[in-house]
Design a protein around this ligand. Sequence first.
Ligand code: IPE
Ligand code: IPE
Ligand code: MG
Length: 238
Amino acid sequence: MKKGIPNHIAVIMDGNGRWAKARHLPRAFGHRKGAEALRELLKSAIEIGIPYMTFYSFSSENWNRPQSEINDIMGLLRRYLQSELATFHKAGIRLKVIGDRSRLADDIVLLIEDAERQTLNNDKLTVVMALSYGGRQEIVEAAQRIANQVKSGSLNPDQITENVFEQELYTRDIPDPDLLIRTSGEMRISNFLLWQLAYSEMVFVEKNWPDFSKNDLLTAIGEYQKRDRRYGSAAETA
Ligand code: IPE
Ligand code: IPE
Ligand code: MG
């Protein structure tokens, strides 16, 4: 059976630093170019008609980078949220941010809350930004919340099902990704959506993120459409 457009595409936007290095530019230029690539790709996603997209923007481990690079990325994020909100809203984008907000600057948290509130009822494209996000941390926090429910007597251990657990993840109202794309030739997950990617198809692209275009997105979707998703059952063709 021919598959259509994926309902949810998750993207690990990797290779900004290498993009800059290849041009003898500081890494900050790569991040800036990466933000431009994201802006263009969102337009493409709407044109193609993809309902959900999640972007890995900053991982829990990225806090270990030099402070100057963290400042560059956070500055870019701040400006991005300020300058793009009106465009997002007009384009019908609903923004949702997942990750550990306690590590983000207060003004950035306020910008995020404002953007989420303003775009809440938009329904063209849901854009999930993973920021200060780590998959293990997300699962541990979910376990803590469930443990508290058990402790308070509102939940029995035998009531903890996959569905109950999922309700405690940041992504409780977001369907699992059908397709994961990672740029820059690296073939690893790097602590992204560990629970949610259980049965996602994965496509790895050699290009660095700032060079990733609508055509590359369409090629990745074409690759996805050729895959036989079995979910552990016997092959369709067997
Ligand atoms: C991805 O590009 C952006 C972030 C992780 C914030 P990198 O900064 O990881 O670029 P490379 O992998 O060093 O080329
Ligand atoms: C993953 O890329 C995080 C983001 C793209 C935001 P990294 O560059 O941090 O991952 P590793 O270190 O190569 O695994
Ligand atoms: Mg990287």
